[in-house]
Design a protein around this ligand. Structure first.
Ligand code: ADP
Ligand code: TRP
Length: 333
């Protein structure tokens, strides 16, 4: 039996950060041996909010470099640019005819964008989830490693797959959001406001490209409070967030020490942050240096993307061939 198919993508709207790493890339790396993986850079999706294609070029290259630096092996996984696969756009068109305006308008991410960019509520924003469904269904994927914020989009993808299967006969499998062995995760910004994100408060976001001094500065500024007053108290979400980060980068002993200190009301957040900053630096600096090395090698980057696009197009055109047949878009024998 073949390996299960996996698809995921990240929008190149800025440098990648720890939220992307924990929600998505960490899973990509873990999945590359067991699954048939298609990991892409969602440059078409970026245009819905970031139309500047000069910056886009830089960010696309950096994202590919960071994929590799974080541990993805282009020999094992297919890495490509969304815009290199025109078959996705065709499937998007078909899926669009199965999508209702009302359900698109109700999507949380659309409503957020209407609030954050009222001057540019373009049709691409509204149909964002349809394009995402096309990204996933074009390879008939079953697993989609993403952070918690993407769950609603996955639900829409399943709805569209189901509608296609119902109208044109069984074809697409039902894809699901996936986190390797755990629940879906959301990393908050270090200021305790919302999710860590490329475009929000820069000081509350740790980028994979941050220099050591910045990492230290940002972590030392992270939101804390005067500490718990009762034993075994529940952690406020911004404190839980620091522990989640600590679990990612520190040893089990270190994590357990601070966790126990918290449970017994003797935690000193200053010490915890100092330790977290040092462990974060040990975690990020090798990724940063490797990504910077790769970025200098344009030939390598273009070779990776070219080979990836060839493999992705093969899979995409197979799906599209069958989709056209299922739909009856074949006019002569
Ligand atoms: P951003 O929100 O920074 O623009 P994207 O929307 O491109 O990032 O997200 C790319 C991937 O990273 C998605 O799988 C998303 O779920 C994940 N992700 C982004 N931010 C976070 C976060 N703060 N916590 C967990 N996962 C996240
Ligand atoms: N919407 C995703 C995000 O903002 C990015 C994305 C686009 C994606 N297409 C996808 C993720 C397909 C997984 C699968 O993070």
């Amino acid at each position: 039996m073949g390996k299960e198919i996996t698809v995921s993508g990240i929008r190149p709207t800025g440098a990648l950060h720890l939220g992307n790493y924990v929600g998505a890339m960490q899973n990509y790396v873990k999945m590359q041996n067991e699954f048939d993986c298609f990991f892409f850079i969602a440059d078409w999706h970026s245009l819905t909010t970031h139309p500047d294609t000069v910056k886009l070029k830089e960010q696309v290259k950096r994202a590919v470099a960071e994929y590799i630096a974080a541990g993805l092996d282009p020999q094992k996984v297919t890495i490509y640019l969304q815009s290199a696969i025109p078959e996705i756009a065709e499937l998007y068109l078909y899926l669009g005819t199965l999508t209702y305006k009302g359900e698109l308008e109700k999507t949380t991410t659309f409503k957020e964008k209407v609030r954050s960019q009222p001057e540019n509520i373009n049709a691409g924003l509204l149909t964002y989830p349809v394009l995402m469904a096309a990204d996933i269904l074009i390879h008939r994927a079953k697993k989609v490693p993403v952070g918690k914020d993407q769950e609603q989009h996955l639900e829409m993808t399943r709805n569209l797959a189901e509608r296609f299967n119902y109208r044109y006969s069984e074809f697409f499998p039902m894809p699901e959001a996936y986190n390797f062995g755990e629940n879906l995760i959301k990393i908050m910004g270090l200021d305790g406001n919302g999710k860590m994100s490329k475009s929000e408060n820069q000081l509350a976001t740790i980028y994979l490209s941050d220099e050591n001094e910045w990492i230290r500065k940002k972590i030392m500024k992270a939101k804390t409070d005067s500490g718990p007053v009762t034993e075994f108290a529940q952690k406020p979400d911004y404190i839980e967030n620091l522990f989640t980060l600590m679990k990612l980068v520190s040893s089990t002993e270190v994590f357990t020490k601070f966790d126990t200190d918290f449970q017994h009301c003797r935690i000193r957040y200053g010490d915890m942050k100092k330790q977290l900053a040092e462990d974060m630096i040990s975690f990020i600096s090798p990724i940063r240096s490797k990504a910077n090395e790769i970025l200098k090698d344009e030939n390598l980057l273009s070779k990776i993307l070219k080979e990836g696009a060839e493999k992705a197009r093969l899979s995409a055109s197979n799906t599209l061939y069958e989709v056209r047949h299922k739909m009856g878009l074949t006019y002569f024998a």
